[in-house]
Design a protein around this ligand. Structure first.
Ligand SMILES: [Mg+2]
Length: 386
C-alpha cells in the first residue's frame, strides 16, 4: 500500500480551530488524524504541506519507519509545529492500518484493558465564561453560575471536572495571566480568585467529585508553590502547572500535599524522561495530537516504568478523543481522560460514528481503525478559511 495524498482541513471547533488531516492510499483506504494547535493552525497546515512530498509513496503500514524518518528530517526543529503535523499524519496511518487489518487501533497496541474510559469535564465554566454565545450555552458570569453548572455536571454523570482562573464579576480579577508577562509573581488577588472558584465547585459538587485546576505555563516556581498550598483544603484531583524545568516542578511537588499534574507541552520520550526520573509529578498528561500514536504509546509505557499515572491531554477534536481512547484503553497506568463537554453542537455532525459518552465515561470504539470517519461535506460546511 502507498500513500497517495495528504489533505489538511481546518474546521470551526467552537473555542478553537480543529485541524484534521486526511491520508489517502492507492488501495482506496482513507485515514483521519488530528493535529489541532488552536490558533496556530496556519503553521500546522504549512508544515503538513511541507512534509507531504516526504510521505507520498510511503507505505502507511510502516508507522515506525515513517516516524523515524520524519523525526530525523525535522531534527533541527524538534517538537512544535513539525511534530504536530507528524502526529496528524501518524494517527491517520494508524487509522489506515486498523482498517486494512480489520481491527481497532487498540487491538494493534496490545488489546484493551478498559471497555470505557472515565472522563473529566474540561474547561468547566471557562468555555462558558469566554465563548457561551458561540457554543450556544448559558453564560458563566458569577460564582452562582458555577454552582448552577455543577448541577449540570452531576446530572450528566461526570465524576470529575477541570477549571481555570477567570475574571468573574464577583471575585477578585486575576488580571492578565501569561508567561510572557516578565517577572510576574502570583498576586493575592489571583490566589483569591482561584480559591473562590475551586471552593465554589467543591461546595457545589460535594467531597467526592474530582476537581482539577489548570494554570498552564502562567506561573513560575514560587507562584506555583503558593497556589498549590492554597489549594490544599480543597483536596484537588490535581493542580496542573507547566514548566520546562523538572527540578523546579519537583520542588513544587515536595512543597505541598496537593497532587501535581504536568506535561501537555512536552514532546517524545526524551521530553518526559527528565520529569519522570525526578518524580516531579504525580500524573503526566501526554498529548497525542502532538506526539501521535506511535510516540504517544511509548510515552505512556515509559511513565509506567516510573510508576506514574497518565491523564492524556485532549482539548482538541473528536478524532483526538478517539486517538486518546485507542491508546489509553491499552495502558494499565491510565487514570482519566480530558473531555470538552462544551464542544460546539455541530461536533457529532462531522462524524460517521459520533462519540458515545454515558455517565461521564467514553465507550472505546469497536470499529476497525480509530472508530469513525469524518464527513467531508460537513468539514467544508464548518470550514475556517473556506
Ligand atoms: Mg493544561
Amino acid at each position: 500500500m502507498k500513500i497517495t495524498g495528504v489533505t489538511p482541513f481546518t474546521v470551526d471547533g467552537g473555542a478553537r480551530v480543529w485541524t484534521f488531516v486526511k491520508v489517502e492510499t492507492d488501495e482506496g483506504i482513507v485515514g483521519w488524524g488530528d493535529c489541532t494547535e488552536w490558533d496556530a493552525y496556519p503553521g500546522v497546515v504549512g508544515m503538513l504541506n511541507h512534509l507531504t512530498p516526504m510521505v507520498i509513496g510511503k507505505d502507511p503500514m510502516n508507522v515506525e519507519r515513517m516516524w523515524a524518518e520524519l523525526t530525523a528530517y525535522n531534527i533541527r526543529h524538534n517538537g512544535g509545529l513539525a511534530w504536530k503535523a507528524m502526529a496528524g499524519i501518524d494517527s491517520a496511518c494508524w487509522d489506515i492500518r486498523g482498517k486494512a487489518l480489520g481491527a481497532p487501533v487498540w487491538q494493534l497496541l496490545g488489546g484493551r484493558i478498559n471497555e470505557d474510559l472515565r472522563l473529566y469535564w474540561s474547561h468547566c465554566g471557562t468555555f462558558r465564561f469566554r465563548w457561551a454565545e458561540r457554543l450556544k450555552k448559558r453564560p458563566v458570569r458569577r460564582l452562582a453560575d458555577l454552582a448552577r453548572l455543577s448541577e449540570e455536571v452531576l446530572e450528566a454523570g461526570f465524576t470529575a471536572i477541570k477549571t481555570n482562573m477567570m475574571a468573574l464579576e464577583d471575585i477578585p480579577n486575576p488580571g492578565r495571566m501569561t508567561s510572557s508577562k516578565v517577572g510576574m509573581d502570583i498576586s493575592t488577588a489571583q490566589i483569591k480568585n482561584a480559591v473562590a472558584i475551586v471552593s465554589t465547585f467543591r461546595k457545589s459538587l460535594g467531597p467526592d467529585v474530582g476537581i482539577a485546576l489548570d494554570t498552564g505555563l502562567n506561573f513560575r516556581l514560587g507562584s506555583a508553590i503558593k497556589l498549590a498550598r492554597s489549594m490544599e483544603p480543597y483536596n484537588l484531583m490535581w493542580y496542573e502547572t507547566e514548566t520546562f524545568d523538572p527540578g523546579s516542578l519537583k520542588t513544587v511537588r515536595d512543597s505541598t500535599t496537593t497532587t501535581i499534574c504536568t506535561g501537555e507541552s512536552l514532546y517524545g520520550q526524551e521530553g518526559y524522561r527528565p520529569f519522570l526520573e525526578k518524580y516531579a509529578a504525580d500524573i503526566i498528561m501526554p498529548d497525542f495530537a502532538w506526539n501521535g500514536v506511535t510516540m504517544g504509546k511509548k510515552i505512556c509505557d515509559l511513565a509506567m516504568a516510573y510508576d506514574t499515572l497518565i491523564a492524556p491531554h485532549n482539548c482538541h477534536s473528536p478524532i483526538n478523543t478517539l486517538v486518546s481512547a485507542s491508546i489509553a484503553s491499552t495502558c494499565s497506568n491510565f487514570y482519566i481522560l480530558e473531555f470538552d463537554q462544551d464542544d460546539p453542537p455541530w461536533r457529532d455532525d462531522l462524524m460517521t460514528h459520533p462519540l458515545i459518552v454515558k455517565e461521564g465515561r467514553l465507550k472505546v470504539p469497536e470499529r476497525p481503525g480509530l472508530g469513525s470517519d469524518l464527513i467531508e461535506k460537513q468539514l467544508k460546511k464548518y470550514a475556517v478559511n473556506k
